[in-house]
Design a protein around this ligand. Structure first.
Ligand SMILES: [Zn+2]
Length: 325
């Protein structure tokens, strides 16, 4: 009887861990953290002093998807829902896309490339207002969406390999691999630069991600075919419980086949986040923000996050769909 209960717990956890969060929480936090070091001197002091907030709150949008029904579509786009040549047929600007496609359809298939420029605008306004808390909050969240846009499986309808019998590959690529090897990645990505055309820049991120999604799926399919079933998964401890995960050897082989792809996408995400933060600041007229004080969290935000965290903790155990991450 006891054994049955243990197995049930494991089965539930397999689903949860297999889904994971975009880039995993570790990946998102790493991207925001490292992006701070791409900033010029005039911004660096403020961001470095508040790097704990920028890092910790990189994952707020994923947590919020349970509390806010509007949140889910902001994290992905199923490009392959839009025909043979989606990048030609899909309008680059939100207003044009709404006219051509309709808001409901757009939201159903994900809106991340439309949401990033919107967040850039909001961050620019926050810089203009010199509202330090708002700057940090929006910068942290913008970093999240840019991170998501760099994940190949955030750009396809087959986001978790569910159409090709590869269920779990979403978390495998974006959580298991960076959490296994990310400590040794090269995070020296150079200095942030100004983005003249943020909309085109954003769509280029999506194009690159989508171009890589075939390899992400195909390479795992090939590896799966030549791996014995009992070598593919293993059990690892997560606190007091056992979780079924892709085995270390299977993870190592997949990582080898990907030939540095996860590290490359992560490095590109880091520099892109730095560039977007910098661009918002420049577009706001380069306000003086180099103040070495830690910005206090507002009472409203504390209340909002308490509620978001409570809902997140109770819902994540039940949720198995995972496309919204
Ligand atoms: Zn996300």
């Amino acid at each position: 009887m006891k054994n049955k209960k243990v197995l049930l717990v494991i089965a539930v956890l397999v689903v949860v861990y297999g889904v994971a969060q975009a880039w995993g929480f570790w990946g998102h936090q790493c991207i925001n953290n490292k992006a701070v070091f791409t900033l010029p001197k005039s911004m660096f002091g403020f961001f470095k002093t508040n790097i704990s907030f920028i890092t910790e709150h990189a994952v707020d949008p994923d947590k919020r998807r349970y509390a806010d029904p509007e949140e889910a579509p902001r994290h992905f786009i199923d490009i392959d829902r839009y025909g043979e040549h989606p990048f030609d047929s899909l309008p680059k600007y939100w207003k044009d896309a709404v006219v051509k496609i309709g808001e409901d359809t757009l939201k159903a298939h994900g809106i991340v490339p439309y949401y990033i420029p919107k967040m850039l605008y909001r961050l620019t306004e926050a810089f203009k207002e010199k509202d330090k808390f708002k700057i940090l909050k929006l910068a942290a969240e913008l970093g999240h969406y840019i991170g998501d846009a760099h994940v190949p499986l955030h750009c396809t309808r087959n986001y978790n390999g569910q159409l090709t019998g590869q269920h779990g590959i979403h978390g495998f690529w974006e959580s298991r691999i960076p959490e296994s090897y990310g400590e040794n990645y090269d995070y020296f990505v150079g200095k942030a630069h100004y983005i003249k055309d943020p909309v085109t820049y954003t769509w280029n991120i999506i194009k690159e991600s989508y171009a890589a999604h075939d390899s992400v799926l195909q390479l795992e399919k090939e590896l799966n075919m030549r791996t014995a079933a009992d070598q593919k998964f293993a059990f690892e401890e997560r606190g007091a419980t056992l979780v079924k995960v892709y085995s270390k050897s299977y993870t190592a082989e997949y990582n080898e086949l990907l030939n540095g792809m996860v590290e490359r996408r992560m490095r590109l995400a880091i520099i892109a986040v730095g560039c977007f933060w910098y661009t918002a600041w420049v577009n706001a007229g380069m306000p003086e923000i180099n103040d070495p004080e830690i910005v206090a969290i507002t009472q409203n935000f504390r209340v909002e996050m308490d509620s978001v965290n409570t809902i997140y903790e109770s819902r994540k155990k039940l949720d198995g769909s995972g496309h919204e991450d």
